[in-house]
Design a protein around this ligand. Structure first.
Ligand code: SF4
Ligand code: SF4
Length: 346
């Protein structure tokens, strides 16, 4: 039986309750109230948290004591039938991502390149950077991290599908899988162990791979001399230790990461999921604060990690005068493989 491993004694003795005190979407009268509400969640009682959480994932990062508040909150919601989105939308996501045997598996040896179930990633996984691994692509619902269902408080779907996805990878007999989807890497390195699931390969974060390839290709890099804002995806909260890679990669290609209010721990989600879980008002508020912050920091480009954020924000980002681009495409431009629609920051 796949069950979340959560140490409630650690929470009972927690001196900060940072998971809730730092939450950007629920406000508490003070630490005592936040702690009392969190303890209600842990005991399986009703709590404001179960009704007000917008599923931004951030408490996973705020908790520095190794617990999984985000996963627990979504588990408790499902137990109590407090779904975060209308039932039709929740069901639509479950159906859209159902395994139907229409997956793609390339020429796999020791290493695979996972594009999750995001066609945009197939479009990025090519060229000089990926030349040794692009034939080893895997793609489809059979290889998709099911973490998206946590946004809909459907942890039963995560628990049911994750072991199947792990088995599908196991059958490939790979030693390493490079994950182009941030959320996949978080799923296999954090969510799987949190549910006691063994992962039979070494997950590789694509930014580690990117940095290594850029080092190998450094003679081809022409500094971009642009100022960029980074759109941090929600699931990146599972793997905050990987955040410094963004700056390292940008430094390497001569792009300056601007200093802004909504970055690091204080980052704002793209807000796409809020349309379903909390409504358009919150979505617009978060989106506009976020983009205005990029503009105030005088960024010329908005750099994406997750294709879902890119789809969600690109149009508005462009309307407001920033150039939207995925980090991988920016690297391809830096090595002269791809043309910049606009070559450098004017
Ligand atoms: S989840 Fe983490 S931060 Fe929150 S109360 Fe428990 S130990 Fe403290
Ligand atoms: S997931 Fe986000 S909104 Fe929900 S409790 Fe955690 S920090 Fe707050």
């Amino acid at each position: 039986m796949t069950e979340l491993q959560f140490n409630e004694n650690v929470c009972a003795a927690c001196p900060t309750t940072d998971c809730m005190m730092k939450c950007q979407y629920i406000t508490f009268g003070g630490r005592d109230e936040a702690h009392a509400e969190m303890m209600k969640v842990i005991r399986g009682e009703d709590s404001r948290i179960l009704h007000e959480c917008v599923t931004c994932y951030a408490c996973e990062e705020y908790c520095r004591r190794g617990n999984h508040p985000y996963l627990l909150i979504q588990e408790r919601r499902e137990e109590k039938g407090i779904l975060s989105a209308p039932r039709a939308i929740t069901g639509q996501w479950i159906n859209m991502t159902r395994m139907q045997g229409k997956f793609l598996v390339g020429q796999i040896k020791d290493r695979a390149l996972s594009c999750c179930y995001l066609p945009e990633l197939l479009g990025l996984a090519n060229g000089e950077i990926f030349k040794d691994v692009q034939q080893a692509v895997v793609f489809g619902a059979e290889f998709m991290c099911p973490a998206v269902h946590s946004h809909f408080a459907k942890m039963s779907v995560v628990r049911e599908r994750l072991p199947i996805v792990i088995d599908n990878f196991r059958r490939l007999s790979v030693k390493e899988v490079i994950f182009l989807h941030d959320e996949c890497f978080g799923t296999f390195t954090v969510i799987a162990p949190a549910y006691g699931l063994d992962v039979p390969f070494t997950p590789i974060y694509y930014m580690d791979f990117l940095l290594q390839r850029l080092t190998e290709l450094k003679n081809r890099i022409k500094p971009l001399n642009i100022r960029v804002a980074y759109q941090r995806p929600c699931s990146n909260r599972l793997i905050p230790d990987k955040l410094p890679l963004v700056k390292k990669i940008l430094d390497m290609i001569g792009a300056e990461l601007v200093d802004r209010t909504y970055q690091g721990e204080n980052a704002l989600c793209c807000g796409e999921v809020f349309k379903a879980t909390s409504g358009y008002q919150l979505f617009r508020d978060v989106r506009n604060r976020n983009i205005n912050d990029m503009l105030a920091a005088r960024a010329g480009y908005c750099v994406f990690n997750c294709p879902a954020c890119q789809v969600s924000l690109s149009e508005q980002v462009a309307k407001m005068g920033l150039k939207p681009i995925h980090l991988i495409d920016l690297c391809k431009i830096a090595i002269g493989e791809k043309q910049m629609e606009v070559a450098a920051d004017e």
